[in-house]
Design a protein around this ligand. Structure first.
Ligand code: GLT
Ligand code: MN
Ligand code: MN
Length: 386
């Protein structure tokens, strides 16, 4: 019943199920699977697609001949399993060359190298059929603001994205960019720290229509924010090009836990939102299994992400059809139309009438709104007793 199907558009990065469990304190706990092995693992658990950084597939020091062989083998595995590559991205954070950032690095050589690496990775993504290209600037930040003026950094970031948009147009690729915000880690502070900041930045680009966002649950949670509200703003702006689903305890390091494993109610309202508005893009799980797991546990992790999404999708449909919840919502959202004579769109006459209108402020403040009952009904539905 909760079997993943292609129409659900569940995707995983090579780096997610392929995560070997290295952390700042410990060595890897799982052997590195090859990209081909990861494709087969994802096919086994029922995923629709696989996303990648350039260097998840092709090592940074591969020769052109090695690259071609790796790409051919990978394409064969895709053909054999039916998996697709909806999204690609560039690794601009692992190599020591990027220790001060990529597009915002102080060294112009590093900035030029970052552009070159990204153009090559865009070529690779296009070759594999990707239509979304993610930019996660993990190193685009500072430990000390003595090192870099944030205005310069913003300009460098803008110049880089303008250059790359023009490159995509020039090549005739069917590719849109999705910018992913994160407040910190691995840098002390990362520029454009939230989805809202990205949305504002996009409007300053030469081709804003080509650029949207890739919000990640855990990244807004790291900043102590409400993820759904950011997703809703992105959707409202026509900018929700992609989404990274995972979970995270507030106030912690970048945990990248299984979707729905920590903040279940938030996950529910997120899934309900995506399904209610008809979001048609990938549901990408940017997460990894606990370090305690072997590859059977990794499969449990991947299946768990998709299964939880589908269970929450069913719960959302149940919530939308629940007579008691809906009756309560009708009451909460009741509007007798009597204020329409005052409100938007503005006319001078309406403004005058509204200034003269009288409101029973005390009664407005005394009215109970029933949100406790509504929330408890939601909780009971989620707990499976409704
Ligand atoms: C990295 C990061 C993610 C980004 C990926 C894309 S890589 O694992 O933590 O949030 O989405 O570069
Ligand atoms: Mn993350
Ligand atoms: Mn992510």
């Amino acid at each position: 019943m909760y079997e993943p199907k292609p129409e659900h558009k569940f995707t995983f990065g090579l780096w997610t199920v392929g995560n070997i469990g290295r952390d700042p304190f410990g060595e890897p706990v799982r052997r590195q699977l090859s990209p081909v092995e990861i494709v087969y693992l994802l096919a086994e658990v029922g995923a629709y697609g696989v996303n990648l950084h350039d260097n998840d597939l092709v090592p940074i020091d591969a020769t052109p001949a090695e690259r071609d062989k790796i790409v051919t083998d990978f394409q064969q595995a895709l053909a054999d399993t039916g998996l697709v590559v909806p999204m690609a991205t560039t690794n601009l954070f692992t190599d020591p060359a990027f220790k001060d950032g990529a597009f915002t690095a102080n060294d112009p050589q590093v900035r030029a190298f970052a552009l070159q690496k990204t153009m090559r990775a865009i070529d690779l993504g296009a070759e594999l059929g990707a239509t979304t290209y993610v930019f996660w600037g993990g190193r685009e930040g500072t430990e000390t603001d003595a090192s870099k003026n944030p205005l310069d950094a913003g300009k460098r970031m803008r110049d880089a994205l303008n250059f790359l948009c023009d490159y995509v147009i020039d090549q005739g690729y069917d590719l849109k960019f999705a910018l992913e915000a994160k407040p910190n880690e691995p840098r002390g502070d990362i520029y454009l720290a939230t989805t809202g900041a990205m949305l504002a930045f996009i409007e300053t680009l030469d081709h804003p229509e080509m650029v949207g966002v890739n919000p990640e649950v855990a990244h807004e949670f790291m900043a102590g924010l409400n993820f759904l509200h950011h997703v809703a703003q992105a959707w409202d702006s026509g900018k929700l090009f992609h989404i990274d689903l995972n979970d995270q305890a507030f106030g912690r390091y970048d945990q990248d836990f299984r979707f729905g494993s920590v903040n279940l109610k938030s996950a529910f309202f997120l899934v309900k939102f995506l399904e209610d508005v008809g979001y048609g893009g990938s549901r990408h799980f940017d997460a990894h299994a606990y370090r305690t797991e072997d590859y059977e546990g990794v499969k449990d992790f991947a299946r768990g992400c998709m299964r939880t999404y589908l269970i929450l999708k069913e719960k959302a449909a149940q919530w939308n059809a629940d007579p008691e919840i809906q009756a309560l919502l009708t009451e909460i959202h009741a509007d007798d139309g009597s204020t329409a004579v005052y409100t938007s769109p503005y006319t001078p006459a309406k403004a005058t009438a509204l200034k003269e209108a009288s409101f029973d402020r005390v009664a407005l403040g005394q009215r109970g709104l029933g949100y406790e009952r509504l929330d408890q009904l939601t909780i009971e539905l989620l707990l499976g007793v409704r």
